[in-house]
Design a protein around this ligand. Sequence first.
Ligand code: GDD
Length: 321
Amino acid sequence: MPLRKKALITGAGGFVGRYLAEYLSGEEGLEVLGLDLKQPRPGGPWERCDFGECDIMDRERVFSYVESFRPDYVFHLAAQSSVSRSWEDPLSTYHIALVGQCNLCDAVRATGKEAVIHVACSAEEYGTVRAEELPISEDHPLQPASPYALSKVIQDYHALFCHRAFGLRTIRTRTFNLTGPGQSPQFVVSDFARQIAEAEAGKREPVIRVGNLEARRDFSDVRDLVRAYWVLASRGEAGEVYNVCSGKDHSIKEILDMLVSMSRVPIQVEVDPGRLREVDIPVLKGDNGRMLALVGSTPIRPLEETLADVLEWWRAELAGA
Ligand code: GDD
């Protein structure tokens, strides 16, 4: 029997990590080792995947896991991934981005094995783009407008540097907004869905607090996203960068309206000034042509279905399921 290919996932206990471990170990039949700061919520992929407690900043431990596991694919997701939190703590956002990625890439290099290293970068790197430059292509200049965005530009260029300088097989993705069942409520869809589910359960007033509803974002479902990550890592070109997005944008108001229309109780909306950001990119809408050339135009979940699933997840969570 041929040996199974091995995938190492950093930040594996996070939202995307869990779905990626599930997909790679399930549909693709890979042997998966996840690394993260602490043990993930049990069940799901962690019934069949290995997990190691490892801080990406701990160089010795990262080297030791990479050396003993000897992955064929590395998916580097460990990061401080909240734009708003990055304003409160820019230094650790940069630190984790650069030092963590150096540790990982150096460890892969030390094995001498030709692993593919997927680095999860972000659409935030593009910053504010003029209307006539939409949808944003991968060739658009990077103009970071938040510490988080800058931390992702650092990772992006570091991955490119490792490819050019050392021949590492790095693949970068610039991922636009994503959501899905189980996402942290610090992100907008999950935040709104949780507030609605709490109102339905009588755990709060039926008033949903919101920030800037004018912003427009390009959302993908995490379950489609992890498949795209795998196809790009396994078939993409080393050194290349790919936008991962749906190619469609929606205002946050449209998203709010869709979620409110699914509510079982009447909901009022209130703008909370504390949720308005000093800098908020008005529109992020990506050109997904380069990605689709590899991933193909397989059906992706409609946004309404994703939103309904996120709301359903919160209903179950609050009911203690
Ligand atoms: N979180 C939140 N809460 N966002 C709100 C709210 C609210 O109550 N009201 C409006 N928004 C707006 C934000 O101002 C922003 O314009 C948009 O909703 C999306 O916010 P987030 O979900 O917090 O995500 P983000 O766009 O800042 O960043 C996400 O997408 C990036 C890629 O575009 C994250 O997933 C990043 O990790 C990712 O790289």
